[in-house]
Design a protein around this ligand. Sequence first.
Ligand code: ADQ
Length: 475
Amino acid sequence: MPRSQPTFDLVIAANRLPVDRVVDEHGDTSWRTSPGGLVTAMESVMRGRDGAWVGWAGEAGEAPASFDQEGMYLRPVPLSEDEVAHYYEGFSNDTLWPIYHDVIVPATFHRFWFAAYEAVNRRFAEAVCEVAARGATVWVHDYQLQLVPAMVRELRPDVRIGWFNHIPFPAVELFAQLPWRRAILEGLLGADYLGFQRVADAQNFVRACRQLLSLPTKGDTVSVSRAGDARRVRASAVPISIDFRGLQELARRPETVARAKEIRESLGNPQTLLLGVDRLDYTKGIGHRLKAYGELLAEDRVSPPQEMFVQVATPSRERVDAYRELRIEIEGEVGRMNGEHSRIGAPAVQYLHHSYPREEMAALYLAADVLVVTPLRDGMNLVAKEYVTCRYDEGGALVLSEFTGAFHELHQAFVCNPHDIEGVKQTIMRAIETPGREKRRLMRAMRRRVADHDVQRWASRFLDNLKHAPERGSM
Ligand code: ADQ
């Protein structure tokens, strides 16, 4: 280790660094902090502390040298082209992602993908140890880095290790399909504390340890005992949230309000504007949503231009086969619906396959009378929380799948089971037809929940749980 290597009391490890490379017209490179809840949350916990973030800078090949960005020390981890294909697109997104989302599409298993996953996790662990001060707190994020906790513990028994899962943790019957299930559970058990989106996710993890590793469990803790290392690991729910104050402030700006009005005008001022916003991912139930809406159109229960439907489908993982196929399927469906039900100047579905700046997202939320969120499985679904946050006017209505983490918090949503197409249709109609006064009451209650449980509170709850996790030898 070079003598000048700085070390930090708080180290975050996540697949991606919170920055994007920007190249200006002279070919000079700089870094721009990528907007997002995680960065905001980390900024709030790093304020007044020495913090480092370990992650991939987003491009294959050599990594840039470590650098400071807005008060955080960023330590890039290099990934080769092959590692991006095998560790990230392969094992993370084509093995773990489908298994952790109820096998909506079949998972692909390749031993060489796991080998790359292990190698990359080791590189992350070593980078973490390099920047962690003695006794530091290490916070590892998500399913791409499940081996990191045990690897860090082995190298640095002095640090305290937490891991948070942004996606669901599957039922043991599904998790058991993974040929590397033991390695993954043992990797996670290297942590002192494990945070999940829902109580059921934490319970699934504890059950997997009991059934697949035959470890003793009690309530939300698993007892681990290896030569010289007897510990209890706690697993519980700490649902993630968003930066309520920051986003609400953006939604209230006169420019955002004006843009929302302009969006509605450009759609011909519909009576009801329905909106879907998702990464183009098979977990999000976009096809189920379109099917339900297509039937409502066919039955003349909705029709453009009175009702207009805007679907924003953010480009995602386009090098993974299942995602390429999904895009073809969804765009075919949108084409069919528009062919059958559009009028000149009034499309049945306005489909947008783009990323947008935060300002535009806030304006879309503010413009929409109904947000339709129908995932088949989703760790949380921040889009739902962003929508209610932007509705400072208490307008709008939220249709929400019961298979999202958000369902467990936003009790006043119009709830649906996306597999029940008839039910989705009825729920959409209810969201459209419920009187404004009642909808305002529901929206107010959901806003209160998100305001009280924002991302800053999430981060401090996680760190608190980590701090108070059982001490070693406390069995
Ligand atoms: P995602 O699956 O990506 O996250 P979600 O929670 O909805 O899903 O977050 C998506 C984010 O991307 C939101 O902040 C949204 O505003 C933004 N976004 C979506 N479309 C966009 C577009 N076209 N342009 C710009 N921004 C767009 C994973 C898990 C979730 C979990 C989160 C956080 O799958 O279940 O809620 O992590 O833990």
